[in-house]
Design a protein around this ligand. Structure first.
Ligand SMILES: NC(=O)C1=CN([C@@H]2O[C@H](COP(=O)(O)OP(=O)(O)OC[C@H]3O[C@@H](n4cnc5c(N)ncnc54)[C@H](O)[C@@H]3O)[C@@H](O)[C@H]2O)[C@@H](O)CC1
Ligand SMILES: [K+]
Length: 505
């Protein structure tokens, strides 16, 4: 089962693996043609009713695979309004191949005739809101026709995630709404009101994986393999950055406020974490650290807000102040450069026990996690040694390690990002491997960079997606550096390349 958002991510990851969308469209169209062959004998008439998005594109391809049939391709809209290059290229190919095509811009001109099969390729996963014209009238005409209806990906007008009509308020499921086919309102007065309409399909050919919204349909649903390799789901990729793009009208602070709690014995680590959080897109990043190191951390970067706390180590006496600072932020990164003094461990324990926000936990703060009961949403970023010290298990084979980490994350009730040549990211349920990065990143400080990037991204999305995206972009930035500097790479280089690694976001 796959949601629309995840499908879009997997599709982008497949493209990054060298399987472009046009290639997937070719497989999809082929699968649609196969579905038609199962419902009609060669020579039958097939009317393909196509929208202007890639759902229509799939049907343009299908028409080429149906040479044994009497096909007619109808585009709803002008050819210039076809939205994507790949759909337009497949449309143009139909004309060049002298296959019968026609365009309908006014729904009054739509006549389906008396086909044996209608292919509904008006709208797929890109549909928003209730069906508009001419798709609306076309859906009514399709439902009123006697032909066998085969829908491409999803019946047009259905939300693939919920099964509700697109644009319906929550909870308006198709189960109780039998007037949605439009049959009752398809009268000559056109008095359809504003009722949602959707195509009533006999068969649906959906791609790659089943969709939650197709479960309750009274139609034969076929899942077609369109050649998306398992790696597109198993590994992180640029698709995991989709949805992290920012609203053009956003204000300062809307795109993440991060508090780094660290420093004491060390100054470099919290500074790297904080600067990585800024380069990964956080709007405001502050560092809460002992006063003895505050000036030095500030000296590394004028972009940081430094909050100094009395003394030279963090301890339980700082709890109130750090809680106040954390309360106003979207994510806390706890651990970089904190050291392992007893007082600091007591501080971490007490802070996490009472915290209910989102936090990345790294370095010396990690060992406290298995002992505490907390409502906080944690992302723990251990390397394999730290994982074992926390009570987790590891294995050489990445998939085997993934399963061990998944069950440990489930026990902890938190997200784990276990660092390695293949990072494992899991919330106990979902699991991804990240293979970006290179051996040059074993240099000191890259773990601090990762924690900062994850903090910034978790501040803008959720814990699991932040961890997945953070692992992917930090490794990608490291790979960009290694291309130029080989194993002379240092952690600050990686920070500088984060924006480039994130350009797909
Ligand atoms: N991996 C994938 O995601 C693949 C997707 N493919 C196909 O691509 C489809 C998604 O393509 P698109 O994202 O282009 O989306 P659609 O083909 O669903 O079309 C979206 C367009 O339709 C119009 N539209 C949206 N809502 C409407 C409404 N309520 N009434 C009338 N018009 C409306 C808008 O112009 C919008 O841009 C999938 O359903 C599938 O058929 C396949 O080609 C191959 C692989
Ligand atoms: K469709």
């Amino acid at each position: 089962m796959i949601t629309t958002d995840r499908m879009a991510a997997v599709d982008a990851n497949a493209a990054a693996l060298g399987i472009p969308r046009k290639q997937l469209m070719e497989s999809s169209g082929n699968a649609v043609a196969r579905a038609v062959r199962t419902v009609a004998e060669p020579g039958a008439t097939v009317a393909l009713c196509c929208g202007r998005g890639n759902n229509g594109g799939d049907a343009f391809v299908a028409a080429r695979f149906l040479s044994a049939y009497d096909v007619g391709v109808t585009l709803l809209g002008r050819p210039e309004s076809i939205r994507t290059d790949i759909a337009r290229e497949n449309w143009d190919a139909l004309a060049e191949a002298e296959l019968p095509t026609k365009t309908v811009t006014d729904s009054a001109d739509l006549s389906l005739g008396d086909p044996d099969v209608v292919v509904d390729a008006m709208l797929g996963s890109g549909a928003t809101g209730r069906l508009r014209e001419p798709e609306r009238s076309a859906a009514r005409a399709i439902n009123a026709n006697d032909a066998t209806v085969v829908s491409v990906d999803v019946p047009s007008g259905i939300d693939a995630d919920t099964g509700d009509p697109t644009g319906a308020p929550d909870g308006n499921s198709i189960g109780g709404a039998d007037d949605l086919t439009g049959a009752a309102t398809a009268d000559s007065t056109g008095a359809s009101g504003d009722a949602p309409i959707l195509v009533e399909a006999d068969g649906v050919v959906t791609f790659h994986d089943a969709k939650p919204g197709l479960d309750a349909l009274d139609a034969t649903v076929t899942v077609a393999d369109i050649g998306i390799p398992r790696a597109a789901e198993r590994f992180t990729g640029p698709g995991d950055l989709l949805g992290i793009s920012r609203d053009p009208n956003s204000h300062k602070g809307d795109n993440g406020e991060v508090l780094v709690v660290g420093g004491g014995p060390y100054t470099g680590a919290p500074s790297l974490t904080a600067r990585a959080a800024l380069r990964a897109g956080a709007d405001l990043v502050s560092v809460a650290c002992p006063e003895t190191v505050a000036r030095e951390i500030q000296g590394f970067s004028a972009d940081l807000i430094v909050r100094d706390l009395p003394g030279d180590r963090l301890g339980p006496n700082h709890l109130d102040r750090v809680r106040d600072l954390a309360a106003g932020t979207d994510a806390v990164v706890l651990g970089p450069g904190l050291g392992d003094s007893d007082g600091t461990a007591d501080f971490v324990r007490a802070f996490l026990a009472a915290y209910d926000g989102r936090a990345v936990v790294d370095a010396d703060a990690l060992r406290v996690v298995p002992e505490i009961d907390t409502d906080a949403d944690l992302i723990c970023t251990p390397h394999q040694g730290e994982l074992v010290a926390m009570g987790g298990e590891t294995a050489d084979d990445p998939d085997e390690r993934g399963e061990l980490v998944r069950s440990f994350a489930g026990e902890l009730g938190h997200t784990l990002l276990v660092k390695g040549a293949y990072d494992v990211v899991t919330d106990g349920d979902d699991l991804r491997l990240n293979r970006t990065g290179n051996p040059g990143m074993t240099v000191g400080g890259t773990g601090d960079v990762l924690a900062g990037a994850v903090g910034a991204l978790a501040a803008q999305t959720d814990a699991f997606r932040g961890a997945v995206a953070g692992a992917y972009v930090t490794g990608t930035a490291g790979d960009l550096v290694a291309d130029e500097r080989g194993y002379g790479l240092v952690a600050t280089d990686v920070i500088d390349r984060l924006p480039e690694a994130m350009r797909d976001a």
